[in-house]
Ligand binder design. Structure first.
Ligand code: ADP
Ligand code: ZN
Ligand code: ZN
Length: 745
């Protein structure tokens, strides 16, 4: 008798273990490891879904009391066993239920009915078919006559066949008639599977640049190691436009020549027609894409083509990491620093870490690339975990752009109250006169509100956490400032604590406002706006980017989504309207994010033949994020930021675990978060911040409290987390509460 270990599809920590069921004989063939099943569960034998994660022929319990599997899901995709191992690793590492982890590694779980196209062919030469037709006509077999007419009337139908659906619907031939003629040997029906292909309208082009010395050296080094059987994790740090994508494509070419497969991860937002086109241009039908804007059918078909080994390259956002390739040789992760690589649902994994783990399991190399690497990745190069390559020059002929920093405090002193500084206005006028294009960028990321002084640029921060304090309104005005790490509170000051001016308050500016101001100030300019409001729908992004790249607009106004990986040769000016806006997010990564956004924004200028200019408008021109971004001095930024992280025990030097407690009742959330702190008790080697209210105190009717735990010892933090995870399900009074964990976000 066969027994299956089943993970029940329910994310409750106390049930997070396999349950044993027997496999009825008639299901033995389909009951594979990774299969999806229906089982009776609990006292009431409720029908539940589950995944088989193991099979054996020894029962664990009394065989008479072991229940049987009810059904193996026919439409359920069977998980690869190596993906199940990866799920187990994710569960252990990120603290999630096995059920959630399995779902994460299986972005496609259900079959979507395949699309089949059928054709009817004549089995006899034309002359004989004509005779048949006459015979049928004499017998008044009108449907048969209609079908043969369909075949005879067009030369192409005899050769390529007649579309089955057309015959049934347009020619009104019943299916039984077609079957009858098939049995009599008059016609033959053939079918072929049609993949729903999201890349249908792309064209393959042959052009490829000759790699420059810097690029070639990287390709050679990695290929040499690859051929010697060495599998490693690499980071390519190359300034914007240094030709990293060309390097990826050459590496991919190398591994697929060896019969292997490659996954290319790209932030969802950068997954535009430009990127896809470049890969499709080089690899044609060997490449496919996977992303959330595809239909379920399209996604399933790409999954199937990958599983069957019919494609060699999959491009997509973080979930593409789980493409069921079994001959994986290479994982590329472009724009490695992007926040979207970290999942925000359980398990809250980081794609970089999972990529490294999957690479280890399958013997694949991992290549991370960025112009502005995350502190984590660069730090790991210093500790020797990753191997580092640096590209200092732009590929081709383009020069790095000239960056000018404009101090907005000076503008205010000169009584310029517009959002456009005088230097920026002048440069915009010049570009418009020359018919060159302009990008205006408003980095609203993390813009949760902060209090700053327009006179001196000072921002009110927490004394112990180095993040900006968030304003809280009471009775329509800001009354209180709060830190979201440690909970510290201060009253809102009436004058600037740094310079005494009264120009102190919250700062607010939206893309739509900017668009209107541009139209008012530059009346003849054609303006496009790109933000969350204008890019909804399947092709929203592409539509705007395409219009801009075809020069149907002079100025593009947008949020961070416009700085990602786009290449507009005619853009010669990029203006960042408030470079320090993102510095004031209430998160320890604010400086890093700002540096990244600014350096990437600057990288959009001057990518063609013409040189580019960049203007950073800011109240904090001396801030190391702003100053180093202006000269693309990554090293300078990295050193200073690492020192801050070291001093305040933040990643990558230390680790920070976020513990979020949820309850429908405010009181209960408060008690629970306090209780969790008690459960941790006196533990050496950790520091606890909070608990305090989460930045969003109430979300979808759940009250949220947050606590941060810092430690230099990653293993210790995992053990603390496991202890909390084990404790919660035993508490009757918190049965209706939830706790989630997030490591090093
Ligand atoms: P990155 O990914 O580092 O931003 P890309 O690979 O997008 O850089 O390259 C930037 C631009 O330079 C692209 O237009 C690309 O076609 C071009 N390019 C890349 N490598 C070369 C090369 N060796 N010679 C000429 N042009 C190149
Ligand atoms: Zn001030
Ligand atoms: Zn604080």
């Amino acid at each position: 008798m066969l027994f299956a270990e089943v993970i029940v599809d329910i994310s409750i920590k106390s049930l997070d273990r396999p349950f044993q069921y027997f496999v009825p004989q008639e299901m033995e063939e389909q009951a594979l490891v990774g299969a999806q099943v229906v089982i009776p569960f609990g006292k009431g034998n409720r029908r539940m879904k589950g995944f088989i994660i193991g099979l054996s022929d020894t029962p664990k319990y009394d065989i008479n009391r072991t229940k049987g599997i009810l059904k193996v899901e026919k439409q359920g995709v069977v998980a690869e066993s190596h993906l199940l191992s990866l799920a187990y690793w994710m569960k252990e590492n990120y603290g999630a239920s096995m059920n959630d982890a399995i779902k994460a590694v299986m972005p496609v779980r259900r079959e979507v009915k395949e699309k089949v196209e059928r054709f009817i062919f004549s089995k006899m030469p034309k002359a004989e078919l004509v005779q048949q037709r006459e015979l049928f006509e004499r017998k008044h077999n009108t449907a048969r006559v209609r079908l043969l007419d369909g075949l005879l009337q067009k030369e192409s139908a005899l050769e390529d066949g007649l579309d089955y659906d057309y015959a049934v619907k347009a020619l009104n031939v019943p299916q039984s008639v077609i079957r009858g003629l098939e049995e009599r040997g008059v016609v033959q029906v053939t079918s072929k599977q049609l993949y729903r292909n999201p890349l249908e309208n792309q064209s393959q082009s042959g052009s490829r640049p000759v790699l420059n010395g810097e690029q070639q050296a990287v390709v050679d080094a990695i290929c040499r190691e690859y051929d010697r059987g060495v599998r490693k994790d690499y980071l390519i740090h190359g300034v914007t436009g240094s030709g990293k994508t060309e390097i990826y494509m050459n590496l991919i070419e190398h591994v697929i020549e060896k019969g292997k497969q490659a996954i290319v991860l790209i932030p969802e937002i950068a997954l535009t027609f430009q990127t896809v086109n470049r890969f499709y241009g080089r690899f044609g039908a060997r490449v496919s894409i996977m992303h959330s804007r595809l239909s379920a059918g399209e996604r399933y078909d790409q999954f199937l083509r990958a599983k069957r080994g019919e494609i060699q390259i999959m491009i997509g956002p973080r979930s593409a990491l789980f493409t069921p390739f079994d001959k994986l040789g290479l994982i590329v992760m472009d724009e490695e620093h992007e926040g979207s690589y970290q999942s925000d649902t359980m398990p809250k994994y980081h794609a970089r870490e999972v990529a490294v783990q999957r690479g280890k399991m399958l013997g694949a190399s991992v290549v991370l690339g960025s112009a502005t690497p995350s502190l984590e990745a660069y730090y790991r190069c210093e500790t020797g975990e990753y191997s580092l390559f640096t590209l200092k020059h732009r590929a081709g002929n383009a020069d790095l752009p000239r960056v000018q920093i404009v101090d907005l405090r000076e503008e205010l002193k000169a009584k310029n109250y517009s959002v456009f500084s005088r230097p920026l206005q002048q440069m915009m006028e010049e570009r418009l006169a020359k018919r060159e294009q302009i990008i205006l960028f408003l980095n609203r990321r993390g813009y949760a509100g902060f209090v700053s002084c327009r006179m001196c640029g000072g921002v009110i921060q927490c004394d112990s956490c180095s993040v900006s304090l968030k304003p809280h309104e009471y009775g329509g005005r800001v009354a209180l400032l709060k830190c979201h790490y440690c909970g510290m509170e201060k009253p809102m000051p009436s004058v600037c604590p740094f310079c005494g001016s009264k120009y102190i308050g919250t700062f607010g500016l939206g893309t739509q406002q900017v668009e209107e101001m541009v139209k008012k100030r530059f009346q003849t300019a054609r303006v496009l706006r790109m933000d969350a409001d204008t890019t909804s729908g399947k092709e929203g992004h592409n539509r705007i980017l395409k219009a801009f790249s075809e020069q149907r607009a002079d100025i593009l106004v947008g949020t961070q989504m416009i700085v990602k990986g786009h290449d507009f040769p005619n853009v010669t000016l990029v203006g960042v309207l408030a470079a320090d806006l993102s510095l004031n997010a209430d998160n320890y990564r604010a400086s890093e994010r700002t540096f990244q956004l600014l350096a990437q924004a600057a990288g959009r200028a001057g990518r063609g033949e013409k040189a580019g200019d960049v203007v950073f408008q800011t109240y904090q021109p001396e801030h190391y994020s702003v100053a180093n971004a202006a000269c693309e001095n990554y090293q300078g930024f990295y050193r200073q930021e690492l020192a801050v992280r070291q001093m305040l025990h933040y990643p990558p030097i230390s680790n920070i675990l976020e513990v979020l407690s949820f309850s429908r009742e405010k009181e209960k959330a408060l008690c629970l978060s306090g209780k969790l702190k008690e459960v941790i008790g006196e533990e050496q080697g950790i520091v606890i911040l909070g608990p305090c209210d989460a930045p969003i105190v109430k979300l979808r009717d759940w009250y949220r409290r947050v606590m941060y735990i810092k430690s230099g010892d990653y293993g210790l933090l995992c053990r603390v987390r496991n202890r909390l995870e084990a404790w919660l399900p035993m508490q009757e009074e918190y049965k209706d509460c939830m706790v989630t964990f997030d490591m090093n976000r």
